[in-house]
Design a protein around this ligand. Structure first.
Ligand SMILES: Nc1ncnc2c1ncn2[C@@H]1O[C@H](COP(=O)(O)OP(=O)(O)O)[C@@H](O)[C@H]1O
Ligand SMILES: [Mg+2]
Length: 269
């Protein structure tokens, strides 16, 4: 039987070789990004991007500004035109968007929108209940416990625009939790937040991964956030490397992705 090298382990010395049927089963549960390309007019933002994003693990996407990180997330969710294929459990992800919670980059959210914290979290329930039907007791309970989980219950009647960056990010995390998604996509959630919010975010991400969810988080600064991720996708218009943190965070890969701009390298990986 044909063998493929499929190595989920952190330790490169313990690479396991699965047969192709095992690999197909593991692949099926994952998100498979296959030959994805995106053009914005004359700019080739992504070229031939292929990678696997596995459930039950925290996956970080890293790369410098303009590397196409947000574009990759948007292409996966059908928010920009792209070539190639993105599958989840063997079927196009864009046909299963009800399984996805997506929190865009802060700069893409209209913070003047007149919504309270409670409104924002309940918006996570819209697809489950529909705008025209009243929100069910289940939705209210889920929204309430999500706000409690991120420590924002006492702010439920505040306008979202009045909160600090960290508080806003926690409210969007609560919305994602209320959505009961299988796939969680966050674009630069750590920008402009406080330490407490960062701790809450990573705690919740880890809980989600332990519950078998797929958690994908875009970051741009390399730093101590890398140590929280099991898997890393290093991007610079194309894939520089992807796989377990230890395999990906090598000096050579970081140099390819960030060039001379790398200020950080340690054996923290
Ligand atoms: N809607 C758009 N139209 C034209 N160019 C865009 C658009 N969105 C992003 N770009 C360009 O595509 C490249 C990748 O952008 P982006 O995915 O936002 O990168 P990152 O998130 O890694 O900083 C950048 O050069 C950016 O200027
Ligand atoms: Mg971005």
């Amino acid at each position: 039987m044909q063998s493929v090298n499929f190595s989920p382990d952190d330790n490169p010395n313990q690479q396991r070789v699965y047969n192709i049927q095992d690999a197909a089963i593991l692949h099926n549960a994952s998100i498979n990004v296959v030959h994805v390309g995106v053009r914005y007019r004359s700019l080739e933002a992504l070229r031939d991007v292929s990678c696997v994003i596995k459930p039950g693990r925290l996956t970080g996407v890293y790369g410098p500004n303009g590397a196409g990180k947000s574009t990759l997330m948007k292409a996966m969710l059908g928010l920009v035109d792209s070539s190639g294929t993105v599958l989840y459990q063997g079927k196009p992800l864009t046909q299963q968007l009800e399984k996805v919670a997506y929190v865009p980059q802060r700069s893409q959210i209209d913070w003047t929108y007149p919504a309270t914290v409670w409104d924002v979290v309940m918006m996570g329930r819209v697809k489950k209940t529909g705008w025209l039907r009243s929100f069910s007791g289940v939705s209210r309970r889920l929204a309430k416990s999500a706000l409690e989980r991120v420590g924002m219950s006492e702010y439920r009647n505040r306008a979202i625009g009045q909160l600090s960056g960290g508080q806003q990010q926690r409210v969007f995390l609560a919305r994602a939790l209320a959505q009961e998604a299988e796939i969680f996509c966050f674009d630069e959630p750590f920008v402009g937040i406080d330490q407490k919010t960062q701790t809450v975010l990573f705690e919740v991400f880890e809980e989600l991964a332990k519950a078998g969810k797929t958690v994908l988080v875009v970051n741009h600064d390399l730093g101590e956030t890398t140590t929280h991720f099991h898997d890393i996708i290093l991007l610079n218009r194309q894939i520089v490397a992807s796989g377990s943190r230890r395999q990906v965070l090598t000096e050579e890969n970081l140099y390819s992705a960030y060039g001379g701009k790398v200020m950080y390298f340690s054996d923290a990986a």
